[in-house]
Design a protein around this ligand. Structure first.
Ligand code: GLN
Ligand code: ZN
Length: 782
C-alpha cells in the first residue's frame, strides 16, 4: 500500500505555450474555432496522460481553461451582464472572449497592459463592449475575471464544462476528480453594482443550479469532486461562515453519495477551521506549505473518516522538496489515521509554477538540482506516496537523491555569499533614515533643482517600438553587434531627450530603451538571480510571464544603470531622472528562495540597490526614482499579517533610498489606485515625490492623501496610458485643479499614470505636448 497521491490542478498553457499561440491565432482570425478547440483538447489529454504516467492517483479535470477558471464558472452558470447580449443556452466562444477581453473589436494585447507587463485592469479601448474587470487571484500573479452580479441575479446551467471534460477524460480511460470553484468563493470574488446585493440571498438562487452540475457529474460516474474554497484563507465573518455551512449542508443533502473534497489553499484555515472541518464533506485539503500548523490543528479535531489531503509539495514555488523532512512530519498522522483517510498533494494547483525542468538547458547545475517544476512535483508526490506506504524501501534511491540535493543546496558556494550575509547582519536603523526630515530636504532640493511650480515629468519608459524590440532581439540572437546595438540605443535615447527638451518637460527620463523588463533588466545584472528559458507561468489569459529565480544571496557585482544615466545626463542641462526598480517589486515578481525569510532576501536586494542609488548620485544624478508597483500586491491575505509585512517592506525601500544627501530627490512610483488602507506605510516610505495612478478614478483616490495629510510631493497621473486615447489640455488642467483642491499646489507634479512602454509615439507625443501645456496654463493661473 502506498499513500494516495492527488493533484489539485495542472498548468493549462502547454510545454511549448501551445495554448497562447492557438488563442492568439484564433483572435487574429488566422485559425478556426475547431483549430483552437482541438489544441485545447490535445493539451488536456496530454496533461491527464502525463499525470497518469507519473503515478498520480487522483487526477483533476476541469482545471483546464481557455482563459480563466473563474470566468468558466460564471459562463457555466449564466452570470453574464446584459451588455454582452447573451439570452440563453450555450455561450458561444466569441461571447466568452468578449467577456474576457472586450470586443467585438479585437483589442491588441499591448493595450491591455501597462509598462510593467502586469495587469492593472483591462483598460479596454473604447470600442465595443468592455471586458469584465480583472484582478489578482489571491496573492498570486495570476489574474481572474471578476464575475459581475446584477440585482436579483438568476442562475442557469448553460453548458456543463466540468461534465464535458470529465467525459473527455473518461473516453481516454482516465477516471478524474473534477475541480470546481466553490459557490461561496465564486460569490465573494465577484462584484455587484447593486448596493443591496445580498450574498446569502444570491447563494440561495445559486445552489440549486450549482447542484445540477454535480448531479450530472455524479450520474456520469464521478465519485469524488474537488471544490475549491480558497476564501477560507481570508478573514471571514459570521455570515460568511453561515454561507459556507448552508452550502455544504445543501450539497450533502442533495448528493449524499458524491464525495466532496473541500480545498482551501494559499494560507491557514485559522479561525475558519472549526467551521470547515465540521462540514458534511468527505475530505478536507490543507495547505501545509503555507500553514504547517494546520496539520496538528486539523488532525486533532477531524472525524476519523474525514479524508485529509495534505498539501505538502509547494505549488507556489519551484524548489525541490525535502522529501525526508516532509515524510517525518506527516508520518505520525498517517500512522494514527491509517492510509485510507490521508492523501498527499501539492499545496495548491500547480497552475502557478512552470511545467517542466527538462526544458531548461542552460541553467547552472547547482541551481538546477535544487529545482522542481510541475512535472517534477508530480514525481516527488509519487516518491512520497511510496515512502509513506508500507514498502518505503522501494523509494530509498529517490529519497537519497532528495537528501543529497538538499544538502548540496545548503552548502553551495553559488548560494552563500558571506559578504552579503555579514552586511545584512550589520544593517543599522540609521541606514534607513535620510539625514534630514522632508521639511528640511524640500528646501535644499528646491534650491538645487530650481523647478517651476507644477513640474512635469514622465514615469520612465518611452514607447518600445517594433524597431526597439527588433534591435534587441537581433542583438540577443547575435545578428547585431554589441557596438551597433549600443549605437542604436544611444540614438534612441538622444532623440527622446531632444524631444523632451523641445516640448519643455522639466525633469527628463532617458526612456529605458535598453530594458526588456523592469525586473529582468536588474535581475540579470545581480548575483543570486537566475533566469529560465521556458519557465512560463500564466499571468492572465494568453499572457504568461517568466519570473526570475532568486536562488542565492543577492549582490551587485558592478553598477547597473550608471553608464546610461551618465550618458543621458551629458546630453542635457535639465535634470535627468535615474530609474530603478525597488526591492519589494524585485522580490514580488520573482520566485524567491525558500531557505531565507522573504524579508531578509528583500534587505539583500535593498542593499544592492542602495549602492546603485549612491553611485548614481556620485555620477551627478540629482533625481532618482525607485519604482515600487508591487508594494501593495505583497500584502498578506490576512489583515493581522499586514503590519509585519509593511514594516519590513517599507524599511527595505528606505534602506535602498536613504544613502543619499538631502539635496538629492528620491521619487517612487506605484501604478494602482488603492491607498486608503495603507496610507501610513506610503507616507513612511518618505520618498520626496510619489507618482501614482489617478486619471481613471478622476483623482478620487487623492482623498486618501489629503485626508491623511500626506506631507511630501505627489504626481497624480493625469494621462491614462492604458488607453490609446489622447487626453486634451483642458481635461488635464481639470484633473490637476481637482487635485489642487485636495493638496497644496507646491506638492503637485504633472505626469502620466505610468510608463509609456506599451504606447506608440503617435499617441505619446501629442499627449505629452498637451500635458506640458496643461502645466503651463496652471502656472500662469497660479
Ligand atoms: N519606470 C517604469 C516604466 O516607466 C515603471 C513601470 C511600472 O511601475 N509599472 O516603465
Ligand atoms: Zn506604473
Amino acid at each position: 500500500m502506498t499513500v494516495t497521491t492527488a493533484n489539485l490542478g495542472f498548468p493549462r498553457i502547454g510545454k511549448q505555450r501551445e495554448l497562447k499561440f492557438a488563442l492568439e491565432s484564433y483572435w487574429a482570425g488566422k485559425s478556426s474555432q475547431q483549430d483552437l478547440l482541438a489544441t485545447a483538447k490535445s493539451l488536456r489529454a496530454a496533461n491527464w496522460k502525463l499525470q497518469q504516467e507519473k503515478g498520480i492517483k487522483n487526477i483533476p479535470s476541469n482545471d483546464f481553461s481557455l482563459y480563466d477558471h473563474v470566468l468558466d464558472l460564471a459562463v457555466t452558470l449564466g452570470v453574464i451582464p446584459a451588455v454582452y447580449g447573451w439570452k440563453s443556452g450555450k455561450v458561444d466562444l466569441d461571447t466568452y472572449f468578449a467577456l474576457a477581453r472586450g470586443g467585438k473589436v479585437i483589442i491588441p494585447i499591448e493595450l491591455a497592459s501597462c509598462s510593467c507587463g502586469r495587469d492593472h485592469g483591462n483598460g479596454a479601448s473604447g470600442n465595443g463592449v468592455p471586458a469584465l474587470e480583472m484582478t489578482k487571484w489571491f496573492d498570486t500573479n495570476y489574474h481572474y475575471m471578476v464575475p459581475e452580479f446584477s440585482a436579483g441575479q438568476t442562475f442557469t446551467l448553460t453548458d456543463n464544462k466540468a461534465l464535458n471534460e470529465f467525459n473527455e477524460a473518461k473516453e481516454l480511460g482516465i477516471h478524474t476528480r473534477p475541480v470546481l470553484l466553490g459557490p461561496v468563493s465564486f460569490l465573494k470574488l465577484g462584484k455587484s453594482n447593486d448596493a443591496n446585493f445580498d450574498l446569502n440571498k444570491t447563494l440561495e438562487a445559486l445552489l440549486p443550479v450549482y447542484t445540477e452540475i454535480l448531479v450530472q457529474l455524479h450520474a456520469a460516474g464521478a465519485d469524488w469532486v474537488q471544490i475549491d474554497e480558497p476564501v477560507l484563507s481570508l478573514d471571514l465573518d459570521a455570515r460568511d461562515h453561515e454561507s459556507i455551512r448552508t452550502t455544504y449542508e445543501f450539497l450533502a443533502e442533495k448528493l449524499p453519495e458524491l464525495k466532496i473534497l473541500l480545498a482551501n489553499y494559499f494560507g491557514s484555515y485559522g479561525d475558519n477551521l472549526l467551521t470547515a472541518i465540521t462540514l458534511p464533506v468527505a475530505g478536507l485539503h490543507l495547505d501545509l506549505v503555507r500553514a504547517p500548523q494546520d496539520l496538528d490543528a486539523a488532525a486533532k479535531i477531524a472525524r476519523p473518516d474525514l479524508v485529509l489531503s495534505l498539501g505538502v509539495i509547494d505549488g507556489r514555488n519551484i524548489w525541490r522538496a525535502d522529501l525526508r523532512g516532509i515524510s517525518e512530519r506527516v508520518k505520525s498522522v498517517i500512522a494514527k489515521r491509517g492510509t485510507d483517510t490521508v492523501q498527499i498533494a501539492p499545496s495548491c494547483s500547480l497552475l502557478h509554477v512552470p511545467i517542466d525542468l527538462a526544458s531548461e538547458k542552460k541553467l547552472d547545475a547547482d541551481i538546477r538540482q535544487s529545482l522542481a517544476f510541475a512535472v517534477q512535483k508530480l514525481e516527488e508526490l509519487t516518491v512520497l506516496g511510496t515512502v509513506l506506504g508500507d514498502k518505503p524501501e522501494a523509494a530509498e534511491t529517490a529519497l537519497k537523491a532528495s537528501d543529497e540535493a538538499i544538502a548540496a543546496r545548503k552548502a553551495s558556494a553559488k548560494i552563500n555569499n558571506k559578504a552579503v550575509q555579514t552586511r545584512v547582519a550589520a544593517i543599522t536603523d540609521a541606514q534607513s533614515h535620510r539625514n534630514s526630515p522632508f521639511d528640511a530636504r524640500v528646501k535644499l532640493q528646491a534650491d538645487h533643482l530650481k523647478l517651476p511650480l507644477y513640474p512635469t515629468t514622465t514615469i520612465g519608459s518611452f514607447p518600445q517600438t517594433a524597431e526597439v524590440r527588433q534591435a534587441r532581439s537581433r542583438f540577443t540572437k547575435g545578428e547585431l553587434s554589441a557596438s551597433d546595438y549600443q549605437n542604436f540605443l544611444e540614438q534612441e535615447t538622444e532623440t527622446a531627450i531632444r524631444w523632451q527638451e523641445e516640448i519643455g518637460i522639466d525633469v527628463l527620463v532617458h526612456g529605458e530603451f535598453e530594458r526588456n523588463d523592469m525586473v529582468q533588466y536588474f535581475g540579470e545584472q545581480l548575483d543570486g538571480y537566475a533566469f529560465t528559458q521556458s519557465g512560463w507561468v500564466q499571468s492572465y489569459g494568453s499572457r504568461y510571464v517568466r519570473p526570475p529565480v532568486i536562488y542565492g544571496d543577492v549582490s551587485r557585482p558592478v553598477a547597473m544603470t550608471v553608464e546610461w544615466a551618465k550618458f543621458a545626463q551629458s546630453k542635457t542641462d535639465k535634470p535627468m531622472k535615474g530609474m530603478l526598480t525597488g526591492p519589494v517589486t524585485m522580490l514580488q515578481w520573482s520566485f524567491v528562495r525558500d531557505d531565507l525569510p522573504r524579508s531578509e532576501v528583500c534587505r539583500q536586494i535593498a542593499l544592492a540597490l542602495r549602492d546603485e542609488v549612491t553611485d548614481l548620485e556620485a555620477a551627478g544624478i540629482s533625481i532618482i526614482q525607485i519604482d515600487e508597483p508591487a508594494l501593495r500586491e505583497g500584502l498578506p491575505l490576512r489583515k493581522s499579517d499586514w503590519a509585519a509585512y509593511l514594516e519590513w517592506a517599507v524599511t527595505a525601500f528606505r534602506l535602498s533610498a536613504a544613502g543619499v544627501q538631502d539635496e538629492t530627490q528620491i521619487h517612487t512610483h506605484m501604478c494602482y489606485s488603492e491607498f486608503n488602507d495603507i496610507m501610513p506605510a506610503i507616507a513612511a516610505l518618505d520618498a520626496d515625490v510619489i507618482s501614482i495612478e489617478t486619471s481613471r478614478s478622476k483623482m478620487e483616490l487623492l482623498s486618501a492623501f489629503s485626508e491623511q495629510g500626506y506631507p511630501n510631493e505627489i504626481g497624480p497621473g493625469v494621462y491614462d496610458i492604458h488607453s490609446p486615447r489622447i487626453p486634451d489640455v483642458e481635461e488635464m488642467v481639470d484633473l490637476i485643479e481637482k487635485a489642487a483642491q485636495k493638496l497644496k499646489a507646491q506638492q503637485i507634479w504633472v505626469n502620466p499614470d505610468c510608463g509609456l512602454k506599451t504606447r506608440g509615439w503617435a499617441e505619446t507625443k501629442p499627449a505629452l505636448v498637451n500635458l506640458v501645456e496643461a502645466a503651463r496654463q496652471l502656472r500662469a493661473a497660479a
